[in-house]
Design a protein around this ligand. Structure first.
Ligand SMILES: *Cc1c(COP(=O)(O)O)cnc(C)c1O
Length: 427
């Protein structure tokens, strides 16, 4: 394979780094086959949903103004509901991001005096302001909605005893976050979430269960909504957008929940009937169609990175051999210099903005500076190859995405090259 190294050399990767990568890769064939099989299953799941919902060319016609009778939007929402095994769905560009989708779902269900309970510990950073854990204008706390939390146990499993004690008469909604976000706990498997859903429904079947599904879609063959979650919520510039959706979010769930979400998202009285899609629907369909294989590419990249950095002695979560429940890979690099080198290695391997240097900044919604490496076609898209890290100890970098496995591989090799070039790592 001399030919192949030739092109890597042109991309700034030394022989030593390349050979190191190939040696790591030679042990990963079986894992990759597993990912391919999951992608195959999910590809057929998406394909059959599109066929069942009779997706046609007319679904790609843009709507403007109020967006009444937007057939493309209505059919897309049926496709999402079918793929996620729910009664209904909202999938729209008016949902601006994952945080907005989650915030909409929470404020749709909760009323003053209600309590929401997180049973997977601290929620994702941006939700702290939505809930009011960190005070913020317009938070749920301002509306008299209280919050409580049960942390996961030391081994990352649910604290069932703690959950039983925390559920009160006014507990209206339980939230579960599938992916670890910017934490170092393990991500949750769909099986583990399934058990927790059963347990909570056993205490009180009226409690609405919401799963923050960000980064988890299509990683397994089942979704939490296949096991009784009332709502699964996520971002279209992550897995389900397949890299093509230019913006948006989704909520899939029971008819009752989705109706409430629609009235919250647009306006009481209008609900889901309004919302022009302009010229965006085609990218939603096509992105969803590609999402299973894109997610598979990202998973291969994550496992490759885990094995590379684990062998070099860094703490990696998940470790090189454990099963995957989302596309995020964290690598604890220990110093700000190493974090910057890693991120800029990824940056330099990007198709867009490869020549810029990533610097930490005060990103809205986060409580410490964050460095983000991304040279994406869609701004901020983290299904595209990207790395980000809050600039605080333990200086862990969170790495995700890759629209193709080969791009993810190159990005990881470039990150390693940067660490080698700065003498942070010796091969
Ligand atoms: C990304 C993410 C969010 C927020 O999504 P944005 O689109 O960045 O607003 C929420 N929860 C988790 C677990 C995430 O990974």
């Amino acid at each position: 394979m001399n030919d192949l190294y030739e092109i890597y050399e042109k991309c700034g990767i030394s022989r030593q780094v390349y050979d190191y990568g190939e040696a790591v890769l030679s042990d990963l064939a079986e894992r990759f086959t597993q990912f391919d099989r999951t992608a195959e299953y999910n590809q057929l799941k998406v394909l059959s949903a599109m066929s069942k919902c009779k997706v046609s060319e007319s679904c790609f016609v843009p709507s403007t103004g109020y967006g009444y009778n937007d057939r493309g939007r209505e059919t897309l929402e049926k496709v999402y509901a079918t793929v996620f095994g729910t009664e209904d769905a909202l999938v729209r560009p008016q949902i601006t991001c994952g945080t907005h989708a989650l915030s909409t779902a929470l404020s749709a269900i909760l009323r003053p005096g209600d309590e929401m309970l997180s049973i997977s510990g601290k929620p994702y950073d941006t939700l702290e302001e939505v809930i009011g854990i960190r005070p913020c204008t317009g938070s749920l706390a301002e509306y008299g909605i209280t919050y409580s939390q049960v942390d996961l146990l030391g081994d990352g499993s649910f604290d069932y005893e703690g959950i039983r004690k925390a559920v009160k008469d006014n507990t209206k909604l339980v939230t579960i976050q599938r992916s670890k976000g910017y934490q170092t706990r393990p991500s949750l498997s769909v099986d583990a979430i399934k058990d927790a859903i059963g347990y909570v429904k056993g205490i009180n079947s009226d409690i609405v269960i919401m799963v923050d599904n960000c980064y988890g879609e299509f990683v397994e063959t089942k979704e939490p909504s296949d096991y009784g979650a009332d709502m699964v919520v996520g971002s279209l510039i992550k897995n389900p957008g397949g890299g093509l959706a230019p913006t948006g979010g989704y909520i899939c769930g029971t008819k009752e929940c989705i109706d409430k979400c629609a009235y919250r998202l647009t306006s009481p009285g209008l609900g889901r009937e309004v919302g022009a899609t302009l010229d965006i629907n085609r990218s939603y369909y096509q992105g969803l169609f590609l999402a299973p294989t894109v997610t598979c590419a990202a998973l291969k990249g994550a496992v490759f990175a885990a094995n590379i950095y684990e062998k070099l002695g860094f703490d990696v979560i998940p470790n090189g051999s454990e099963s995957r429940h989302d596309i995020i890979q964290s690598v604890t690099l220990g110093t700000p210099e190493a974090v910057k080198a890693f991120c800029n290695g990824i940056q330099s391997a990007s198709p867009v903005d490869s020549y810029v240097t990533a610097e930490p900044w005060d990103m809205p919604g986060y409580d410490s500076e964050v460095i983000m490496a991304a040279g994406a076609f869609i701004s901020g898209s983290s299904i595209e190859l990207s790395a980000d890290a809050p600039m605080r100890p333990p200086y862990a970098v969170y790495f995700q995405g890759g629209l193709t496995w080969y791009h993810a591989k190159t990005g990881i090799l470039r990150s390693l090259q940067a660490l080698v070039d700065e003498d942070i790592v010796q091969l």
